[in-house]
Design a protein around this ligand. Structure first.
Ligand SMILES: NC(=O)c1ccc[n+]([C@@H]2O[C@H](COP(=O)([O-])OP(=O)(O)OC[C@H]3O[C@@H](n4cnc5c(N)ncnc54)[C@H](O)[C@@H]3O)[C@@H](O)[C@H]2O)c1
Length: 453
């Protein structure tokens, strides 16, 4: 699945030339395969004195059978093999002077991190801390982790998990995601974990969606098709939805995953009712709604006709609001308690992009939407989140002019485009019952793109 340049730079002579010329050499990223362990290789766990989450992390790492070594303060390199994961509980850091604990843990180890390795720092959301010194030090973690992500080479990632006080019991799904190959194209990101009334640990972490029903829009191809396959892999019964013109491809996807197909244009006046009726009639309701359908109609603003503006806003934003509102309405809503709503934003919605005033407005609108709907939905245990993909290899990006496409692929810490499965794994993370404490979040799946960073 590597692009042509990547193939060239991983071959003998190509690698030699790229190295001599100082050209990027994208590392083939290791992705999750069912049956594989969450982590293979050594995990080093450290923490600042007084941390709240270290004990939970230790128990969790033990429960997944990881080979864990606790930081003895004696420095690194002592056991020979390269660590695959470095985890540091920074919640005990209460002033800027104590940030030196981060340095002491990572400085001697960071250069020996294995290819495709993981750095995970755990902190406290600064906005929840009333003490100024502590909030300052906790906010510093973000700059640290983002910089580590940019310094790491060979497919390694660095991410920050901010755990609210009292939410220590809700970290497992985020930790599993961040340390495993499921987060291959997620780096430099911050995920906030809040306390949730109920965080049901899935009976089987390989099939967390057993017994759940999911619907994925725009699922006949590209990212949506892989999201549908991934949710089915995780145990969900999946309804795939796309426009009637895509019926043949849609049926093929449904056939592959033993799901059902619903031909529907989400902008049609009766789309919300038809979706709600389908889900009620065939499945009694729905647990996971993935708004993935999206279109681009690029033109600079002065040259953009109203049709391009209207169609992009209608598909990407207004239909998401209308469909979700319908699934949430009434005394017996179609979206069940503990449900999941996942929107597909874009880094364009964060950074803006030439020729994409319509698209970026729609994708930024989705960010506002999930952030404002999340608190309102939390009473029923429903979480509402967004994924913001960067450059992902699909038909949508294949249509981008060559030079812009090549720039999009390389302008990130991984020096390569992501695969649809990278977005799908992030959707699966949000969809998991174990992610009950993760809501109102925007997770970038962009290889730490420079855009909007
Ligand atoms: N590919 C990327 O790099 C990238 C980056 C950022 C965000 N995204 C977003 O990810 C999502 C999927 O992107 P993709 O690259 O797989 O695109 P794609 O064009 O391959 O697939 C989009 C799907 O949505 C369907 N669709 C469009 N209008 C619809 C409508 N009115 N009703 C029902 N279905 C409709 C299409 O038929 C198509 O199957 C989109 O929301 C896109 O904006 C993609």
């Amino acid at each position: 699945m590597a692009d042509r340049y990547q193939k060239l730079t991983t071959s003998g002579p190509g690698a030699f030339v790229a190295k001599r010329l100082g050209l990027p050499q994208p590392e083939p990223l290791v992705r999750f395969r069912p049956g594989r362990p969450v982590v293979s290789g050594r995990v080093v766990l450290g923490g600042a004195d007084g941390g709240r989450v270290g004990k939970t992390l230790r128990a969790l790492l033990d429960s997944i059978g990881a080979e864990v070594e606790t930081d003895s303060g004696a420095g690194a390199g002592e056991t020979g093999t390269r660590p695959s994961v470095l985890v540091f509980d920074a919640t005990g850091i209460t002033d800027s002077g104590q940030l030196s604990a981060l340095y002491a843990f990572f400085h001697p180890r960071i250069r020996s991190l294995a290819p495709n390795g993981r750095v995970v720092v755990v902190g406290t959301p600064p906005e929840l801390v009333s003490d100024v010194s502590e909030a300052t030090a906790q906010r510093a973690l973000e700059g640290f982790v983002r910089s580590v992500g940019k310094e790491l080479k060979r497919g390694a990632t660095a991410n920050l998990l901010l755990v609210a006080p009292g939410a220590e019991n809700a970290v497992e799904s985020a930790v599993r995601f961040a340390i495993s190959p499921r987060s291959a194209y997620v780096s430099g990101q911050v995920v906030r974990i809040a306390g949730a009334k109920k965080v049901p640990a899935p009976a089987d972490w390989e099939r967390p969606l057993d017994g759940k029903v999911a619907v994925v829009t725009g699922a006949s191809r590209g990212i949506g098709a892989v999201v549908a396959e991934t949710l089915a892999r995780d145990g969900a019964q999946v309804v795939v939805l796309d426009i009637p013109a895509q019926a043949e491809d849609l049926r093929r996807v449904a056939g592959r995953i033993d799901g059902t197909a619903l031909e529907l244009d989400i902008t049609a006046a009766d789309a919300a009712d038809r979706l709600a009726e389908h889900l009620k009639e065939h499945h009694g309701g729905v647990d996971v709604v993935v708004h993935n359908a999206g279109i681009t109609r690029d033109k600079t603003l002065g040259r953009m006709d109203a049709k391009r503006w209207d169609s992009v806003l209608a598909v990407n934003l207004t239909s998401v609001e209308r469909l979700t509102a319908r699934l949430l309405e009434g005394s017996s809503p179609v979206l069940r308690d503990g449900g999941r709503v996942i929107a597909t934003s874009s880094i364009s919605g964060i950074a803006g992009n030439v020729g994409q005033t319509n698209y970026a407005a729609s994708k930024a609108g989705l960010i506002g939407y999930v952030q404002s709907l999340a608190p309102a939905a939390s009473g029923r245990g429903i979480t509402v989140n967004a994924i913001a993909p960067g450059f992902i290899e699909t038909q949508m990006t294949a249509a981008v002019p060559l030079f812009i496409r090549e720039a999009g692929r390389r302008m990130n810490s991984m020096k390569q485009g992501g695969q649809p499965v990278d977005v799908a794994e992030a959707v699966a993370f949000f969809a998991s019952p174990g992610s009950a404490g993760v809501t109102g979040q925007v997770l970038r799946v962009c290889g730490q793109s420079l855009l909007g960073a």
